[in-house]
Design a protein around this ligand. Structure first.
Ligand code: PLP
Length: 381
């Protein structure tokens, strides 16, 4: 199996699994209890928090453990909108993940919030000029922009956006789910108030995530109850998952060179595809992007058919984002970039992982070349 869908989810690293195992066996105590049994659990949670803070460049106390990216984003949006006073306007990127777009659409439709959706150009980028023009002093409650896009990998100038927003006292939430472990983040210097992360995107188990809340930022919890996470996210901790999250963060922080090497591997793969397959194109900015993602489209084809042909060769990629697979709608990210629906539907996303090899990519180029040729011969446009 050649797995090139790491933006959908990543395998749990063996070292992560090993770190987690004791917490499914002997170390079962509730970390909230005062018993002697709970001591190693409390220590493990605190180590995991430090490991995550190390990767993200922030203070451990600024991190809240959650169940994943969706919960972190919904929590931050809840906090931002309930602490907004009379402000009722949000600025949101048009290529955000559904975990932002849907709660924002709910705020608009059910609660009367005004939303400005920031447009992107053909490369998938919004501009600081458009952001500045969208800000309504005294009305804008928050700016919500992703650090890296899940479909194209395009990265955005979040610290510059945060500086612009700060000049008007507007907090920024960034969806950094696809950026963690792929590009250095230095949250302390980023200027953002909130950042959301998901463990299963960087070799930790599913059901784990983080919400960064800058020190001294107003915060309204979404989950109230037993007061865990300093009252910011109630519910008994997913101890083994959190330990895994910490171990994955430690591994990611220790292997930046592998990520950098991945960019060269991805570029070579992409160039080979574009050279060997006529009518193939890259989506998104060629340089402003994370090192592991290639979004490619093939004239006169449809992603679903190509994916089936690749699947027969045991190669796993995706059509646009995993969440839109199976849906009849073309990707909102690609259409926001100006692609017509047919071109958006002819797009495949290849997302590499730290362990992806040159041999796997060479095999994929040949299989893709054959799949595109077969599709075009069976279904001439
Ligand atoms: N944001 C982005 C950019 C994502 O890619 C995803 C998952 O695909 C999410 C948010 C949601 O994360 P989770 O699956 O952890 O809820």
């Amino acid at each position: 199996m050649i797995y090139l869908d790491h933006n959908a989810t990543t395998p749990v690293d063996p070292a992560v699994l090993e770190a987690m195992e004791p917490f499914w066996r002997g170390h079962f105590a509730n970390p909230g209890s005062n018993s002697i049994l709970a001591r190693p659990i409390k220590r493990a949670l605190s180590t995991a928090r430090e490991q995550c803070a190390d990767l993200l460049g922030c203070d451990p106390a600024e991190l809240i453990f959650t169940s994943g990216g969706t919960e972190s984003l919904n929590t931050a949006l809840h906090s931002l909108t309930t602490s907004a006073g009379a402000r009722r306007h949000l600025i949101v990127g048009s290529t955000e993940h559904e975990a932002v777009l849907r709660p924002v659409a709910h705020l608009e439709a059910a609660l009367g919030w005004e939303i400005t959706r920031l447009p992107v150009d053909a490369a998938g980028e919004w501009t600081l000029t458009d952001l500045a023009a969208a800000i309504r002093p005294g009305e804008t409650a928050a700016v919500v922009l992703m650090w890296a896009n899940n479909e194209t990998g395009v990265t955005h100038p979040i610290p510059q956006a945060a500086a612009l927003a700060a000049a008007h006292g507007i907090p920024v939430l960034t969806d950094a789910v696809q950026a963690a472990g792929k590009v250095p983040l230095a949250l302390n210097e980023s200027g953002v108030q909130f950042a959301a992360f998901s463990g299963h995107k960087f070799n930790a188990p599913k059901g784990t995530g983080l919400l960064y809340v800058r020190a001294n930022t107003a915060f309204e919890p979404l989950l109230r109850g037993g007061g865990q996470e300093n009252g910011r996210r109630s519910g008994t901790e997913n101890v083994a998952g959190i330990v895994g999250l910490g171990a994955a963060a430690k591994w990611a922080a220790a292997s930046w060179e592998r990520m950098e090497a991945l960019a060269a591997r991805r570029d070579h793969f992409e160039n080979e595809v574009l050279r060997r397959i006529p009518g193939s194109h890259r989506n998104g900015h060629p340089h402003h992007r994370v090192p592991n993602t290639a979004s490619l489209r093939f004239d006169g084809t449809q992603a679903e058919g190509l994916l089936l042909l690749l699947d027969q060769k045991c190669i796993c990629a995706s059509a646009g984002s995993a969440c839109s697979t199976g849906s009849l709608h073309p990707s909102h990210v690609l259409t926001a970039m100006g692609l017509d629906p047919a071109s958006a539907r002819s797009t495949l996303r290849f997302s590499l992982g730290r362990t992806t090899t040159d041999e796997e990519l060479a095999t994929t180029v040949s299989a893709l070349e054959a799949a595109v040729a077969k599709f075009r011969s069976l279904m001439p446009s």
